[in-house]
Design a protein around this ligand. Structure first.
Ligand SMILES: Cc1cc2nc3c(=O)[nH]c(=O)nc-3n(C[C@H](O)[C@H](O)[C@H](O)COP(=O)(O)OP(=O)(O)OC[C@H]3O[C@@H](n4cnc5c(N)ncnc54)[C@H](O)[C@@H]3O)c2cc1C
Length: 448
């Protein structure tokens, strides 16, 4: 039975029920996650409206899928035909900027970069920088605990959140965390919601850290004949407190060279590092790279050089996309295991006759192997999906994790058990049951 008319009456507002528009709100950017057009979409305008909608859905057992911008890569915002999608896109107000207390209070639908742009005027910054920051929402970033280039120094989204307003599936509105910088008064419920991917509650407001704006970074680039040398150098470079530290493998470099020749034909791997405090570390950092077999390298404090030096990293994923259909994986590794991981993924690529380019955040061990297969090649797609899961198992076998930043959603849900005990899964299910007894919030996602 369709519930839309009843919910419209209760809320006194129209839902989206036009099938063509519904489709655009029913899935995220994950290429192979299952989805169906939702039954209806609510463009929520207030916490109170979401509260009423959730109480209504709980009473009738209607599944609810929360949506930020739908930029997710795990199927987390994908709907099925029975569900109500609650989109936060209209809740996009910056409610307060408190410069003295270095915080901003925002609604969940504010776009990440919009907050940073507004606070820039006051010499402040909001640091978490997922590559999707120009269109993903802060609510989505908190719900996935998004990462980015600056995590190696400044941590993931959770390091920048002070408090949340959350609506539980019963409709109850709670506040967790505190606007103060420090807070140890209660059990830390706030961090339960961060990274919960819409399974525990709908985040409607957030209090976030601001920091004084950093100076433009200096950039180092170094080429190596193989990734083992580059990975070893990357680990050594951590002592210089880099604000970015990235690695690119030969397969990815070849793809970049084919498209946009940058002179990396002979390199087996490159490292890119940025410093945003002490530029005196430039020369010692180059010496460190040299001791690990660097072929060539340079360090520049000129802001105008940054774009040129960063080009290979910027082009890494689009260059692989030019070769065919891609599956972008995301695993977290101990930084000391990167080169072993890459070796095993290279063997896997040979075995499955696939191109797999690897690049990622070597400073924090978060790697993005990208599997390429020919467009329309169903057999290639099948092998690519197998490789996608095998890459996760390789990471887990090396002490790593299924996801470093993109989340679990549906596409990695069956892989989680490979790295946590049955007791931990039971506790997670218990928490889900406590906070969402009717099980309506993003059912079938994240928690195995
Ligand atoms: C080109 C590209 C680059 C990317 N780069 C990065 C990157 O560098 N780092 C990174 O971490 N990710 C990256 N991503 C993935 C994605 O952008 C992030 O996961 C982002 O945080 C999702 O935000 P969103 O607003 O689009 O959320 P959505 O995709 O709409 O939702 C993501 C999940 O959060 C839940 N959710 C959304 N809003 C709320 C809310 N208010 N309350 C409760 N649950 C909610 C949804 O149900 C879903 O499970 C990238 C994606 C693309 C397409």
């Amino acid at each position: 039975m369709n519930f839309a008319a009843d919910l419209e009456r209760l809320l006194g507002t129209a839902l989206i029920t036009d099938p063509e528009i519904i489709v655009t709100y029913s899935k995220d950017q994950a290429p192979f996650a299952a989805w169906q057009p939702a039954a209806a979409v609510l463009l929520a305008r207030s916490t109170e409206e979401i509260s009423k909608a959730l109480r209504f859905c709980s009473e009738r057992n209607i599944p609810v899928v929360t949506r930020g911008a739908g930029s997710g890569l795990s199927g987390g915002a994908n709907a099925d035909s029975h569900s109500l999608v609650i989109s936060l896109e209209k809740m996009n107000q910056i409610l307060e900027i408190d410069l003295d207390n270095q915080l901003a209070r925002v609604q969940a639908g504010v776009i990440n970069l919009d907050l940073d742009t507004v606070v820039k005027e006051f010499g402040m910054a909001y640091l978490p920088d997922p590559a999707s920051r120009d269109w993903s929402t802060l609510g989505g970033n908190v719900a996935t605990n998004a990462g980015g280039l600056c995590c190696v120094k400044y941590g993931v989204t959770s390091h920048h959140v002070r408090a949340l307003k959350v609506v539980l599936s019963s409709g109850e509105i709670i506040e967790v965390g505190k606007a103060t910088k420090k807070f140890v008064t209660t059990l830390d419920l706030m961090h339960l919601f961060i990274g919960s991917e819409g399974t525990l509650g709908i985040i409607t407001e957030m209090t976030l850290n601001l920091v004084h704006r950093l100076k433009p970074p200096a950039t180092l680039i170094a080429t190596f004949s193989n990734i083992a040398q580059a990975a070893a150098a990357s680990t050594d470079l951590l002592k210089y407190r880099p604000s970015m530290l990235e690695i690119i493998d030969q397969t990815t470099l070849n793809a970049v060279e084919q498209w946009y020749p940058l002179g990396f034909e002979v390199a087996g791997s490159i490292l890119l590092m940025q410093l945003d405090e002490n530029f005196d570390f430039g020369d010692p950092a180059l010496a460190t790279c040299k001791s690990r077999g660097m072929i060539d390298g340079m360090f520049s404090t000129e802001a105008s050089d940054t774009t040129d030096l960063m080009r290979a990293r910027k082009l890494a994923y689009p260059a692989l996309e030019r070769l065919g259909a891609t599956l972008l994986d995301d695993v977290a590794l101990p930084v000391t295991k990167i080169s072993e991981f890459v070796g095993k993924v290279e063997e896997l690529a040979l075995r499955h006759q696939l191109t797999i380019g690897i690049f990622g955040h070597s400073g924090d061990g978060n790697m993005h192997p990208t599997i390429v297969h020919d467009h329309g090649d169903m057999e290639g797609e099948r092998r690519a999906k197998l490789a996608f899961s095998e890459i996760v198992r390789i990471a887990q076998s090396l002490g790593g994790s299924a996801s470093g930043e993109h989340g679990i959603g549906t596409i990695k849900r069956d892989l989680v058990a490979g790295e946590v005990s049955e007791s931990v899964i039971t506790i997670q299910r218990g928490i889900k049951k406590l906070l969402d007894p009717s099980g309506i919030l993003n059912p079938g996602k994240k928690i195995p």
